[in-house]
Design a protein around this ligand. Structure first.
Ligand SMILES: [Zn+2]
Length: 181
């Protein structure tokens, strides 16, 4: 094939079309994800305040938000959407008792420092199904003492995409879920 100006133009044209198609596909998946996230509900039904935001604090990355409130200890923690329980861990040094749920579009939610876990791994759960209770297990500040066994009570809530590695996959829930605005 002789390469002339027409051939070059045709190739450039095809490349442009391919770029536009890819951009549209990426944009479409993104907006679909955004819509799904907006439909997610609150993990707590009691009043709470965000006592520690998403991002760097004390030189470490906080891949979630801390929800605290008077008398939250023992209150229900709800699944923010339907999904499958992929992890239930008891007595982790950092997260204490925690649950990770996988949702549509490879999105994940994490609920940590629970007092009790009610669900089991591989269990299918519905939107707003109770997965456990708020607690202060694991590493919480301030630490509970014998005199104040409920000190440090809060729900650490995390949101992730394409996996649940704390640093690589974390999403700021405050920016994506209407529950926190
Ligand atoms: Zn936290």
């Amino acid at each position: 094939m002789k390469i002339n100006n027409k051939t070059v133009l045709a190739i450039l044209g095809l490349i442009s079309i391919a770029t536009i198609v890819i951009a549209l596909i990426v944009f479409d998946t993104r907006s679909e994800t955004e819509n799904i996230l907006r439909e997610y509900t609150c993990p707590l039904q009691e009043d709470f305040v965000i006592t520690s935001p998403f991002g760097y604090r004390w030189g470490e990355f906080h891949a979630g938000i801390d929800l605290s409130g008077i008398e939250l200890y023992g209150s229900n923690v709800y699944a923010i959407a339907k999904g499958v329980v992929v992890r239930t861990v008891v007595d982790d040094d950092v997260w204490g008792n925690y649950v990770i749920v996988r949702h549509e579009n490879n999105l994940y939610s994490l609920y940590a420092h629970l007092s009790d876990i009610i669900v089991r791994e591989r269990q299918n759960i519905n939107l707003s199904e109770i997965i456990g209770n708020v607690g202060n297990s694991g590493s919480v500040v301030p630490r509970p003492t014998t005199e104040s066994p409920m000190r440090g009570t809060h729900l650490h809530f995390g949101l992730f995409r394409d996996g649940y590695s704390q640093n690589e996959n974390a999403i700021n829930p405050v920016l994506k879920m209407s529950c926190f605005n």
